[in-house]
Design a protein around this ligand. Sequence first.
Ligand SMILES: Nc1nc2c(c(=O)[nH]1)N[C@H]1C(S)=C(S)[C@@H](COP(=O)(O)OP(=O)(O)OC[C@H]3O[C@@H](n4cnc5c(N)ncnc54)[C@H](O)[C@@H]3O)O[C@H]1N2
Ligand code: MOO
Length: 340
Amino acid sequence: MQKVKVEEAVGMVLAHDLTKIVPGEFKGAAFKKGHIIRAEDIEELKNIGKNHLWVVPLGDGRVHENEAAGRLAAAAAAQGLSITKPREGKANIVAVHRGLLKINRSALAELNQIPDIAVVTLYDNTIVEPEQIVAAAKIIPLTMDREELERAERICGRAGPVIATRELFRLKVGIVVTGSEVYSGRIQDRFGAVLKAKIAHYGGEFLDLQYAPDDTDFIQGRIQGMLERGAELVLISGGMAVDADDVTPQAIARSASEVVAYGVPLLPGAMCMVAYHGATPLVGVPACAMYNQTTILDVIMPRLLAKERLTRADLAALAHGGLCRQCEVCHYPVCSFGKS
Ligand SMILES: Nc1nc2c(c(=O)[nH]1)N[C@H]1C(S)=C(S)[C@@H](COP(=O)(O)OP(=O)(O)OC[C@H]3O[C@@H](n4cnc5c(N)ncnc54)[C@H](O)[C@@H]3O)O[C@H]1N2
Ligand code: MOO
């Protein structure tokens, strides 16, 4: 920061707000901190009694906070996101379409180790709506070092988009409800309606619901039937634990070309199975998902509808934040659950 005569301040950055007062009419900032002084400002500055100013010079090596924020946001955001005009050293990154927010967390951490910048985001893997602010790029001082900004841009260039949204597809979802007590009509099905509601909530297309007793071959046949009819995701409910009649994991494993995991570090939902038949996910949904409002299903369903191929490492990562608080009134997804 340096003190200069107003006439010599043109092109330099004002270091603080300058207040103007006209009794009974106006009191406020005539010039805002960060303003780049223009030749036409000189008269007005003198009118409010300023012959000298505290300024930050904008030499070759420094970039104004607004230009830097805009460049940083543009470098970090994928195409398909919009960026607001930078103000006070901050540019917001805004969703244009509904989608799944994807954050390159290692690149984000690397970026934020650069002095004088802050790039902040909503959580990875959450659904975002059009016009929602999903991230912001902020510059801490009034000007920042050009080389440091270029370093940030290089990180983004190398890593690909640090902030992106993925399309959520309207996949055809088949439901197989297992349980001999339901199949025989001994009790009424309560699970099917819950799963249908989840499909609707997350924007899938309900294909069909079929029932099966606790019989491995029978359940396998039902899964096969769903696949033959074009299911792009199959949810198989019940029979997922350790009782003698719990054969659903076996039936899913036999139907699958890959079992990613039986057992996921997240509660409620630890007895879930994630498997694939080719590219089609087969998900064994434990009975907790019939009882609890928010479970593993809410955490993985958006990712499956975004056609992400989940890996064992993806599921293992759910452990951190994987314990539901069981709040009296559920505010999911605005909570820590599933935010690994
Ligand atoms: N000894 C252990 N017991 C349990 C374990 C365990 O690890 N060791 N895990 C618990 C967890 S966690 C969960 S979650 C549940 C998983 O239950 P299942 O998916 O095996 O469900 P079922 O045994 O088939 O049924 C449990 C209960 O829910 C009723 N049910 C099931 N489907 C329907 C339906 N479509 N409509 C209405 N009611 C349904 C069923 O009749 C049973 O009452 O296991 C814990 N136990
Ligand atoms: O682990 Mo069960 O599958 O929550 O509640």
